[in-house]
Design a protein around this ligand. Sequence first.
Ligand SMILES: [Zn+2]
Length: 134
Amino acid sequence: MASAKRDHSTTGDALLSREGRLLAGLLVGWRCPCCDVRMNSGDCKKTGLQIDHVVPFAVGGNVIAGNLVPLCGACNASKSDSTDLIDWLERRLVAIGAYKTRRKHCKAEALRLAAELDRIRLELAATLVEAGIH
Ligand SMILES: [Zn+2]
């Protein structure tokens, strides 16, 4: 099979259009989900909103909503065609000095979810007892 280089201009996907980028900006409050910098709709290589392919386009990532995420130009450039997302994210968070904060936040979120699951488990057990199932 011939390996024709993939080209965004042939995808014609609305998600990569100017309107798509404006919508993505509105959805994330014009803040980069990675580094929290205030983004804009311009072409600035650092703060301009860009659409990143989570699985890189160059290695076959699709132009579908589930594979696209808005990032600032600086984060998108640092990710480039990286396919090891955890490795990239850790390197990026260290680079912007946010690793400790994000890790703390992630741990707090994990604890909150665990507590929520425990609560749901107890509620379910009580409901089953009430219904005479257990
Ligand atoms: Zn960023």
